[in-house]
Design a protein around this ligand. Structure first.
Ligand code: URA
Ligand code: SF4
Length: 225
C-alpha cells in the first residue's frame, strides 16, 4: 500500500521495444502493489495482437487466479456467449483486466470459498502501466470497458457505468504510454460487467442490455473500419 514498499508497476515494465510476450512475462513477477502476495499468479491479457477490439474487465476471479487466464470462469462464459450473439467471436478480441492479480477475502462464514473483493483505486492505479503496455502493443481501434472498475481505470472516479454504458467515449492515452503508432485518441464503449448478469434477478433483461451495448461496440468497428 502507499507509504509501504509498493510503488506501482512502472518499475517492473520492460524496455519499450519489448514485445507483448516479454511484457506478459515481466508482469509475472510484478510486485507493484500488495495484491501479488495472496494471489496464485499474475493473470495477463490474452488474445491476438494486433486486435481491433480490446475488452477490459476488473480483475481475475477465483477460476482465473487458478488457471492464469482472464475470463475463463462463469463471467467469461456469459461474455463469450454475448459476443457470439452479436457476431464478434471472443477469439478475435484481446481480453484483459484493469488489475492483474485476484483480490479476495476469507469467507466470513468460515467456508473455503475465496470471496471477491473490489480492488482499491490505489491498486487500480498501481496496475495501470500493464494495461498501457498492452494497449500500445495490441493497438486496438476500440476499447470496451466491462463494469465500473475498468471505466474508472480510464476515466477516473467520476465515471458511472449506468450513465455511460452503450455510448461512445474518447480516451486519450497518457503521454508516457503513447507509442508513436498509437492514435492520440481511442474510442471507448463502456458496458456492464458480465457478472452482473449472473447476480441479477432478471437475467434475461440484464443479458439483453449487455448484448445491446456490445452490438453498439461492434458498430463502432464497422464505422471506423
Ligand atoms: N471478472 C473479471 O473482471 N475478469 C476476469 O478475468 C474474470 C472475472
Ligand atoms: Fe503488479 Fe498489478 Fe499485481 Fe499489483 S495487481 S502486483 S500492480 S500486476
Amino acid at each position: 500500500m502507499p507509504g509501504q514498499d509498493y510503488q506501482g508497476a512502472e518499475r517492473f515494465l520492460p524496455a519499450s521495444e519489448a514485445d507483448l510476450g516479454a511484457v506478459a512475462s515481466a508482469a509475472g513477477s510484478c510486485r507493484g502493489c500488495d495484491l501479488f502476495e495472496r494471489a496464485t499468479q499474475t493473470v495477463f491479457g490474452s488474445g491476438p495482437a494486433p486486435a481491433s477490439m480490446m475488452l477490459i474487465g476488473e480483475q481475475p476471479g477465483d477460476a482465473e487466479d487458478r488457471q492464469g487466464k482472464p475470463f475463463v470462469g462463469p463471467a467469461g462464459r456469459v461474455l463469450s456467449q454475448a459476443l457470439a450473439d452479436v457476431g464478434v467471436p471472443a477469439e478475435g478480441t484481446y481480453i484483459t483486466n484493469a488489475v492483474k492479480h485476484f483480490r479476495w477475502r476469507e469467507d466470513p462464514r468460515g467456508g473455503k470459498r475465496r470471496i471477491h473483493e473490489r480492488p482499491s483505486p490505489w491498486q487500480v492505479r498501481a496496475c495501470m502501466p500493464w494495461l498501457g503496455a498492452e494497449i500500445e502493443r495490441v493497438s486496438p481501434r476500440l476499447l470496451v470497458t466491462l463494469g465500473a472498475t475498468a471505466g474508472q481505470a480510464l476515466f477516473g472516479s467520476s465515471f458511472r457505468v449506468g450513465a455511460q454504458r452503450g455510448g461512445r467515449l474518447t480516451w486519450r492515452p497518457p503521454a508516457e504510454t503513447t507509442a508513436s503508432d498509437l492514435p492520440s485518441e481511442l474510442v471507448v464503449v463502456p458496458t456492464i460487467h458480465p457478472s452482473a448478469v449472473l447476480r441479477a434477478d432478471d437475467r434475461d433483461a440484464v443479458y439483453a442490455g449487455l448484448a445491446a451495448d456490445l452490438r453498439a461496440a461492434a458498430l463502432v468497428l464497422g464505422d471506423t473500419g
